[in-house]
Ligand binder design. Structure first.
Ligand code: GLY
Length: 394
């Protein structure tokens, strides 16, 4: 046969290979030099923040330049130490480790605080990260004591840990999807102490949430309030989303990340299935913008003019790097890489002139209250740094 007949096939094949390469390149494009320099200037901004046990940096208004500072009892207190530990891991620079240790120590008293479910966010993001870098018995003891305190919020009839204590006249026993993240502390406490009771509580909480928090399309409610007499759900509502039936982006993120993490400790396929279903809902949503950085709620009718939530995007990217390990499904890896490519640019990394200990802009905390909307928030940085570390290991 004349060689000319092969030409269309050769051309077609070459085009296909080039298209695949381009697709991968878009998803995996390394930071350019300018972005890397910008990022390292932001890391240094964390070192410049004055050490003060009562002033954990939580967020910042770029309009006024004011930094929101909170005490250790705030749910966000542990992220700053976590950010320092993670930058230490990324850079190897011991200055970050020294600061991380100082800020971690200020969280310790939270191990006795039984008024909150946010123990994991506070203690595990700080002490838990510290444990990765030193085999510190004291850190282990703090984690186990914290798990003991958190366990006092578990209700056997409901089969879950109580999330919040406010709004008691409306919610009998509120459980929020965010609470899934606090289970990591319980799983680790069982590993450290050899006492299975923390792990059992985590599993019961995950099973109850699996049963009651999800809709048929795999999106989740924010708050489910239970009846403590019957143990059954009474109300399914929102606190931080657009409305009760909407899909608050960070809430979907807590679910994806939370069930992937629970699969890590249990190998229960039901958890993996839920993480995948909610991830598919998230990634394939018709309201997902082209750069992969979600709007704060998938059902905000003002989309495309609604604020983004880079914290939700970073949280999901981090969760999906882990989900990819268990599934080998490229969809998760490609979406996570796309998010990291978008976030690692001037569009999202704060300018070096910004005087505040933050890295990323455009997170949204509590839109219905108009609180922390479209601004730097400490947990956006936390999950971005964690995702950078996980991406490096791919
Ligand atoms: N855990 C509270 C929030 O995600 O805003």
């Amino acid at each position: 046969m004349n060689r000319i007949y092969y030409l269309p096939f050769i051309l077609g094949f070459t085009l296909l290979v080039t298209a695949c390469k381009l697709k991968n390149n878009v998803a995996k494009e390394p930071n350019n030099k300018e972005n890397t320099i910008l990022l390292s200037s932001r890391y240094n901004a964390l070192l410049e923040y004055p050490v003060d046990s009562l002033s954990f940096p939580r967020s910042m208004s770029l309009t006024t330049g004011k930094i929101r500072k909170v005490p250790s009892k705030d749910w966000c207190s542990g992220f700053f130490a976590g950010n320092l530990w993670q930058i230490y891991e990324l850079t190897g620079d011991v200055k970050f480790k020294e600061k991380a240790k100082q800020w971690t120590a200020f969280i310790e008293k939270e191990k006795f605080n039984n008024k909150t479910h946010d123990m994991g966010f506070k203690v595990f993001c700080s002490f838990g990260n510290g444990l990765k870098h030193e085999n510190n018995q004291h850190y282990k003891d703090v984690i186990v004591k914290s798990a003991q305190t958190l366990s006092t919020r578990f209700n056997k009839k409901v089969g879950a840990i109580r999330s919040w204590d406010f709004n008691k006249e409306v919610w009998d026993f509120p459980v929020i999807i965010d609470n899934m993240l606090n289970l990591e502390l319980l799983f680790e406490a069982s590993k450290i102490s050899g006492d299975a009771k923390y792990r059992d509580i985590a599993i019961q909480h995950a099973n109850t949430t699996l049963k009651n928090h999800f809709r048929p399309d795999a999106s989740c409610y924010h708050v489910v309030s239970y009846d403590t007499i019957t143990g059954k759900p009474k109300m399914k509502v929102t606190h931080q989303g657009y409305n009760d039936e909407s899909s608050w982006a960070r809430g979907q993120g807590w679910a994806i990340y939370g069930y992937t993490m629970c699969y890590r400790y249990t190998k229960d396929k039901a958890y993996l299935k839920q993480a995948e279903a909610t991830a598919n809902y998230f990634i394939n949503n018709k309201n997902m913008p082209d750069d992969g950085i979600v709007y704060w709620d998938f059902k905000d009718p003002t989309i495309p003019n609604a604020p983004r939530d880079s914290s939700a995007a970073a949280l999901v990217a981090s969760g999906l790097y882990e989900l990819y390990d268990y599934t080998k499904n490229d969809i998760y890896l490609n979406y996570a890489n796309k998010v990291m490519t978008s976030l690692s640019t001037k569009n999202y990394i704060l300018d070096k002139t910004v005087k505040g200990p933050f890295i990323l802009d455009h997170s949204t905390g509590h839109k219905p209250k108009n609180d922390e909307v479209d601004e730097p928030i400490v947990y956006g940085d936390y999950y971005y740094l964690e995702a950078l570390l996980r991406q490096k290991k791919k």
